[in-house]
Design a binder for this molecule. Structure first.
Ligand code: COI
Length: 361
């Protein structure tokens, strides 16, 4: 299966994006869709106007959760080109999630081509302010109507696009994070390293309770002892100690973030000592008390670089950098967003260009 069929919506008016985009509330005109069956492999690939779909009430993912997704971004550069940030790594990660959940793998090259086509068609939706982007959401779910507990035979894979701004209500201002040990998100050898819906469902109650207390998000501790820090609900975390920058090592229960990986590389190139290791919440509190905690920030596709201005655990409130964005965090934000919008040369081969096209159907 290597053909895509096209059905393109004729749009007469110009697209005007709202001043405040928020995150994931606006959607572009088109979507990509294809199906899988064991007999045919991936088939029925098409790009068509975005639509609702109709599912049998026994559709297996609704009951047993075979549902995975990715989140990546496309940008318009300062010289009006279109580019995607590290789609290859995102597709590879999606295939890892697929394997863990007994779902079929994707043909990476074909999915990349389909993604580029869709973005080219909806390129007028790409916002241009720094920090804004066209968020790309590929997802896959088991679609066989069956109530037996086993992997679905049939699947659907879809890509939708959403013009987005800052993820958090704070915009790009520092966020307030609560480390909590009341719930765990996941545990080693579970599915924590996969981008599967279940992990996000597991995070909701803690996040809602934290919001009621005035926090933006939760910092998860490890699922066994609730001792080591893992990740924030929607981003990986970095602790800037006086002598080293640490991010929790990938033990299987942490999402291997693409921005995390990029930031480790950038920081190392800038000459920082970056370590991926276990780091306990106690170690962070001790560093705060003895003055060796320089900063704390999160990284993620949606969040980009997000300074953490307040980190609380039990009765301890750690106000970091007077609650303001750290110097290093800002520098990283500028570096990444400059690469995104082509202000800085892509020296790492992280950027994939999208050819503009005139759509004639
Ligand atoms: C992302 O950063 O892309 C995420 O997937 C986080 C969240 C929006 C689910």
């Amino acid at each position: 299966m290597k053909n895509i069929s096209y059905q393109i919506k004729q749009r007469n008016e110009k697209i005007t994006l709202p001043e405040k985009l928020g995150f994931g509330v606006y959607f572009t005109d088109h979507m990509f869709e294809m199906d899988y069956s064991p007999e045919k492999g991936w088939y029925n690939a098409s790009i068509h106007p975005i639509n609702n779909f109709c599912l049998h009430p026994a559709t297996s993912f609704i009951h047993y959760g075979q549902s995975i997704f990715e989140g990546l971004k496309a940008f318009k550069t300062v010289d009006n080109q279109i580019q995607i940030f590290r789609p290859d790594v995102h597709i590879e990660r999606m295939n890892n999630s697929a394997r863990r959940l007994c779902m079929p793998e994707l043909d990476s090259e074909f999915v990349l081509e389909a993604m580029k086509e869709l973005i080219a068609i909806d390129s007028d939706w790409i916002p241009t302010k720094r920090g804004e982007a066209l968020y790309i959401r590929p997802f896959m779910f088991g679609k066989e109507p069956v109530l037996g507990v086993r992997p679905s035979r049939d699947y659907k894979f879809i890509i939708i696009l959403s013009p987005v701004g800052a993820y958090y209500p704070e915009g790009f201002e520092p966020v307030r994070i609560l480390a909590q040990d009341k719930y765990v998100r996941t545990f080693r050898k579970g599915m924590g390293e996969c981008k599967t819906s279940a992990n996000y469902a597991a995070s909701l109650l803690a996040a809602e309770e934290a919001k009621e207390l005035g926090f933006t998000q939760v910092l998860w501790l490890d699922g066994v002892e609730q001792k080591y820090i893992e990740e924030v609900g929607t981003m990986n975390i970095f602790i800037h100690f006086k002598d080293e920058i640490v991010t929790p090592k990938l033990t299987g229960s942490i999402l291997p973030g693409v921005t995390r990986r990029s930031v480790i590389q950038i920081l190392s190139e800038w000459g920082f000592k970056v370590n991926e290791r276990l780091v306990s919440i106690q170690e962070v509190m001790d560093a705060y008390d003895n003055g060796t905690l320089v900063g704390v920030f999160g990284t993620g596709t949606a969040a980009i670089i997000s300074s953490i201005g307040l980190l609380s655990y039990k009765d301890k409130n750690m106000v970091i950098n007077n609650g303001e964005a750290g110097e290093l965090d800002l520098k990283l934000f500028n570096e990444l967003t400059s690469i995104h919008i082509g202000e800085k040369e892509d020296t790492h081969n992280w950027i994939f260009k999208v050819e503009k096209k005139e759509i004639l159907v």
